[in-house]
Design a protein around this ligand. Structure first.
Ligand code: ZN
Length: 99
């Protein structure tokens, strides 16, 4: 549970930059979604993947990120993980940092 808290605090840290990548065990996503207050929205199908736009379910969430102070979720399709990494690499190349 301490690990989960440290992950959450890292996710919520205002010092986080787009260059950081957090690896989170898939089974911890529901707990993190609950903590962030997003679980019910995801369960109702109200949240879509930031990359492909597909409606997410608790068991299809593959990643959580903060972009410009907004929480974004990414589905668990490998292509979306790759596209998300490319997206962040482009932001870094542009010198973009989250404040
Ligand atoms: Zn996706």
């Amino acid at each position: 549970m301490n690990l989960l808290k440290s992950i959450i605090s890292k996710l919520k840290s205002k010092k986080k930059t787009v260059g950081e990548l957090l690896i989170i065990d898939h089974k911890d996503f529901p707990k993190i979604l609950h903590y962030l207050g997003l679980y019910n929205m995801v369960e109702k199908g109200e949240v879509v993947c930031f990359i492909c736009g597909e409606v997410l379910k608790p068991d299809t969430v593959g990643g959580i990120d903060f972009i410009n102070k907004h929480i974004v979720l990414i589905c668990n399709k490998p292509q979306c993980t790759i596209e998300h990494a490319k997206f962040k690499a482009r932001l870094i190349a542009l010198g973009y940092k989250i404040k």
